[in-house]
Ligand binder design. Structure first.
Ligand code: M6R
Length: 365
């Protein structure tokens, strides 16, 4: 079943261009407009919502962080994101004017299901983003937006995450368009950029040399920090989770602007920092953050778009992703982080597909 790959995780990383393509193309009509067939969110419904709540756990929660950013921007509606285990015990402010979006690969995560029921009791409209057809979360939702990732076997989620991201972009575009609050030229630019992602990913996956070199240099390390700003901060959380869950390295992610408020105290000579700097708007700010940690002796691996070679002046090493619109960068930038985690865990001799203490789907509290 692994089709020649050493692990399911690697196979699933390589399946991402296909999953992303499927998730996108099933939802586009011949004019490149997002259609949500089978999902009953009318203009009237959308205008009736005053808030979106995205609730999920783990990697799915990280997809929600990107969702917040994109939905607020394109659909012009406030979005809150929360982890399900907090949401369900917090008596959150949810009513019949809330669109509640649950994200879950398995559709069986107990906390996510309980949060969904809580929101439903309070009158919210439930839309779920789920990979497993007919799962509990799917069954209990008003509408379901399926990710077309195909079965995900490895405990570490990869293709579910990138297809969840794609759903976030499509929901944001659909809402923005239906409500008439998005400029159509911009709309088509997003669609165009999203359509280019699968090929860009294929190109990236064709050359793993830099990542292998970095993995070989760094696999013995016991501590790593991921930093980033804006969407890069959301992807930092996901990159860090991936690394810790399969390699058992103590990995920590933080919004780069927060470093000075405490965490920079932990940076010492030789500390590894992975600095995500894919956002043009925040690029200079990230260069300053890199400078700050380097001044304390950190070894910095930067992650940037091909066009932003200036990062080489600051970072010790750089991983490049193809040039793209800032807002869709998470779909590309997470992939080298998944591969880095995979290669490091492999060199450490870890049980990659079944890491210790973890279950694929957490059906207990
Ligand atoms: O099936 P779900 O998407 O609801 O699962 C949520 C988390 O348990 C899951 O993403 C977990 O964090 C993964 N092991 C991360 O790789």
């Amino acid at each position: 079943e692994k089709e020649g790959y050493d692990h399911f995780m690697l196979k699933e990383i390589y399946e991402q261009p296909k999953g992303i393509h499927e998730t996108l193309n099933r939802r586009l009509d011949e004019n490149g407009i997002v259609k949500l067939d089978g999902i009953s969110l009318t203009k009237e419904d959308l205008e009736g919502f005053n808030k979106v709540y995205i609730v999920a756990c783990g990697t799915a929660y990280h997809a929600g962080l990107v969702g917040k950013y994109i939905i607020e921007k394109l659909a012009k509606i406030p979005v809150e994101v929360d982890v399900a285990s907090e949401f369900r015990y917090r008596d959150p402010f949810v009513d019949d004017k809330t669109l509640f979006i649950a994200i879950s690969q398995s559709g069986e995560t107990l906390d996510t299901l309980a949060a969904l029921r809580e929101a439903k009791n309070k009158g919210a409209r439930i839309l779920s983003v789920v990979n497993v057809v007919g799962s509990s979360v799917a069954r209990e939702s008003d509408d379901v937006f399926y990710t077309w990732a195909g079965p995900e076997i490895a405990v570490a989620s990869t293709k579910a995450y990138t297809t969840q991201l794609m759903c976030m972009y499509l929901i944001a575009l659909y809402m923005g368009h239906t409500k008439g609050v998005i400029d159509m030229e911009l709309y088509h630019r997003y669609i165009d950029e999203l359509q280019k992602v699968p090929d860009k990913l294929r190109d990236m996956l064709a050359d793993e040399t830099t990542l292998m070199e970095i993995a070989k240099e760094q696999y013995k390390l016991e501590q790593v920090f991921f930093i980033g700003r804006g969407l890069d901060s959301a992807v930092s959380f996901e990159g860090s989770l991936k690394l810790k869950e399969i390699s058992y390295i103590n990995s920590f992610a933080i919004a780069a602007g927060e470093l000075k408020h405490g965490t920079i105290a932990l940076i010492e000579p030789g500390t590894l920092v992975l600095a995500l700097a894919t956002q043009d708007r925040l690029f200079e700010k990230m260069l300053s953050n890199i400078q700050e940690v380097k001044a304390r002796g950190a070894y910095v691996i930067g992650l940037a778009k091909e066009g932003n070679r200036d990062i080489e002046k600051q970072a010790n090493r750089v991983i490049y992703i193809p040039d793209c619109m800032d807002d869709i960068a998470p779909l590309l930038s997470v992939v080298p982080l998944q591969l880095l985690a995979y290669n490091i865990a492999k060199l450490r001799g870890c049980d990659i597909d079944k890491p210790k203490n973890l279950a694929k789907s957490v059906t207990v509290e």
